[in-house]
Design a protein around this ligand. Structure first.
Ligand code: C2E
Ligand code: MG
Ligand code: MG
Ligand code: MG
Length: 281
């Protein structure tokens, strides 16, 4: 009967809820262990290309977790849990320190590091960032922190105060995943940011719809008028690359240009670039 059926469904629901809670608890415990031991967490670096210079201008640090049983995990599988449990704070600082230490000798003008809304709300965050710069010897002017529009809007006063403190220390701020949240063009003018990153979903849709192209064009025009740089994320085809540079994007990032690289491969990339070409001359 219906009552029994309902009870059965509830039991199933309960079971899957329990499984979800268990997975979360396990991920939390394992992530805590990885942070404490320093084993398993790693950072990849995806090159950023300057359209004007036609060369690598920087890299974005992207965290990975080499899990003993489950292989190389993408941040999408553990960042949300890290945010819910507060582990994002030590994790975010670990990524920043690791990235600054790795990049200190690389010939780049920008090291971009993602910052969670949770980190931005902590009033100690700006000091923690400055302490890491001091320890690693990384120049504040080469650091760019990526935050989302939602983090600034929802974090209100406290987040804005943190951004102001970081910017007065010479650190640049980028608005990540633009187009996916509030997507308010007025935020480009009102928030104290240096760059806007157009989300991959808009780049993917470019060829399909004139609306999307018009939207991206509007972002770029306003950004230019406000003195912001514009990066297009997720550039996968030569056609997208051509359209985006025509529209006026200043920088490009995506698999077409380069996948995220391990630290060792990034070291190699810059070592070969830094050497004079011996084969010519
Ligand atoms: P994001 O900051 O927007 O980073 C760009 C993501 O797009 C990266 O995914 C990158 O690998 C991927 N990507 C780049 N080019 C292409 C492309 O051409 N095609 C496709 N399909 N994907 C491309 P990833 O590394 O999986 O990171 C996902 C998200 O996780 C990041 O998005 C960021 O929001 C978050 N994340 C990564 N590392 C950290 C971190 O250290 N701290 C925090 N708070 N979040 C992080
Ligand atoms: Mg990012
Ligand atoms: Mg992004
Ligand atoms: Mg994105």
């Amino acid at each position: 009967n219906a009552k029994e059926e309902g009870r059965g469904r509830f039991a199933l629901f309960q079971e899957s809820m329990d499984a979800t809670v268990q997975i979360r608890r396990r991920v939390e415990r394992e992530l805590r262990e990885a942070l404490a031991s320093g084993v398993g967490l790693t950072v990849f670096f995806q090159p950023l290309f300057s359209v004007q210079q036609d060369a690598v201008s920087g890299v974005e640090a992207l965290v990975r977790w080499q899990h003993p049983q489950r292989g190389l995990l993408s941040p999408a599988t553990f960042i949300p849990i890290a945010e819910e449990t507060g582990l994002i704070e030590p994790l975010g600082l670990w990524v920043l320190e690791h990235a600054c230490a790795a990049a200190v000798g690389w010939p780049i003008t920008t090291l971009a590091v993602n910052v969670s809304a949770v980190q931005l709300r902590n009033s100690k965050f700006p000091q923690q960032v400055l302490a890491i710069l001091a320890r690693t010897g990384f120049d504040a002017k080469r650091l760019e922190l990526e935050v989302t529009e939602t983090a600034i809007v929802k974090g209100a006063e406290r987040s804005r105060a943190a951004l102001d403190a970081l910017r007065s220390a010479g650190i640049r701020i980028a608005l990540d995943d633009f187009g996916t949240g509030y997507s308010s063009l007025s935020h480009l003018r009102d928030f104290a940011v240096d760059r806007v990153k157009i989300d991959r979903s808009f780049v993917t849709g470019l060829a399909q719809s004139p609306d999307r192209t018009a939207f991206v064009q509007a972002i770029v025009d306003l950004a230019q008028a406000t003195g912001l740089k514009v990066t297009a994320e997720g550039v996968e085809t030569a056609e997208q690359r051509a359209t985006l540079s025509d529209i006026g994007c200043t920088d490009l990032q995506g698999y077409l240009l380069s996948r995220p690289l391990s630290r060792m491969d990034t070291d190699r990339l810059f070592a070969s670039k830094a050497l004079p070409d011996q084969s010519v001359a």
